[in-house]
Ligand binder design. Structure first.
Ligand SMILES: Nc1ncnc2c1ncn2[C@@H]1O[C@H](COP(=O)(O)OP(=O)(O)OP(=O)(O)O)[C@@H](O)[C@H]1O
Ligand SMILES: [Mg+2]
Length: 254
């Protein structure tokens, strides 16, 4: 029997008059990495924001470790051990790197060993420790955003496109950081348009389209079904020409 860390059951989310999530149901296996895939506008970010309480579900349930958190405030959800790396970083540009990190550590103080580990993944954060975060490069801002989420051990990390617009060397560091967190027991729900990264990290896949779940299951099953690949072409195509085709896609398309 596999334990479920996070479950969404028939979740509907409205943004203003728009009905965005239209009955989203899936479970995230505890201790694993689940990739949340889908083309642009599929509802991936809205799903993470709904889990985080940043949008309120209009109906349905979000359950974290068997606790209904649908009605919880975002701060309470964070206190339950849910870390969040938002799309487009969500860092404080007016504050220094250090101040951004202090605010992210819920206990108010940073564990030195853990900070050293974070600097190991992302050396520029140490280099620019007392500089304004707003002056960091795009890739460095992404490092800071991830560092904020992992500076304390979380039970689950919700990560929204961490590798978007980031150079390959930094992608490797990001993957190493998530792998280590996962190894120490953190469950990860990862929105990712880079298929190579999703394939390398995730054992499970949730594929969304038009505010609904089209597939939820093992990565192996996802890869072996060409129809799912077609559906997901939105993100496969977005990988760009500079990276070689992932083996799964090549097999399906030749
Ligand atoms: N604040 C908003 N107001 C109105 N519509 C919104 C808002 N945020 C998202 N939407 C709409 O909800 C739908 C889902 O958006 P969402 O950002 O969740 O998609 P996504 O899968 O994360 O896409 P992407 O891959 O481009 O990040 C889209 O049609 C989008 O236009
Ligand atoms: Mg998004």
């Amino acid at each position: 029997m596999t334990e479920t860390a996070l479950a969404l059951t028939d979740v509907h989310t409205h943004i203003g008059r728009f009905h965005i999530l239209q009955g989203v149901t899936f479970a995230v296996r505890a201790g694993g990495v689940t990739a949340l895939l889908g083309r642009n506008g599929a509802g991936k970010t809205t799903t993470l924001r709904t889990i985080m309480g940043l949008w309120k579900a209009s109906s349905g349930a979000v359950t974290f470790q068997d606790r209904p958190i649908t009605a919880f405030r975002t701060a309470e959800i964070a206190r339950c051990g849910v870390g969040y790396v938002p799309e487009n970083t969500g860092i404080f540009g007016q504050l220094t790197v250090r101040e951004n990190m202090i605010l992210a550590a819920r206990s108010g103080r940073m564990d030195r060993a853990r900070l050293a580990r974070v600097f190991g993944y992302f050396p520029p954060l140490e280099q620019f420790w007392n500089s304004s975060a707003g002056h960091l490069s795009g890739g460095q801002k992404q490092m800071l955003s991830i560092a904020r989420a992992i500076i304390e051990p979380r039970k689950i990390l919700l990560v929204d496109e961490p590798t978007k617009g980031v150079a390959p060397a930094i992608i490797d560091a990001i993957m190493e950081a998530f792998r280590d967190c996962n190894r120490e027991g953190t469950t990860i729900l990862l929105v990712e348009q880079n298929y190579d990264v999703a394939l390398a990290l995730a054992q499970d896949v949730v594929l969304m389209d038009d505010g609904s779940v089209r597939f939820a299951g093992a990565m192996e099953a996802f890869r072996s079904d060409p129809k799912l690949g077609e559906n997901a072409l939105g993100f496969a195509a977005a990988r760009g020409p500079q990276r070689p085709a992932a083996p799964g896609w090549r097999a399906e398309r030749t």
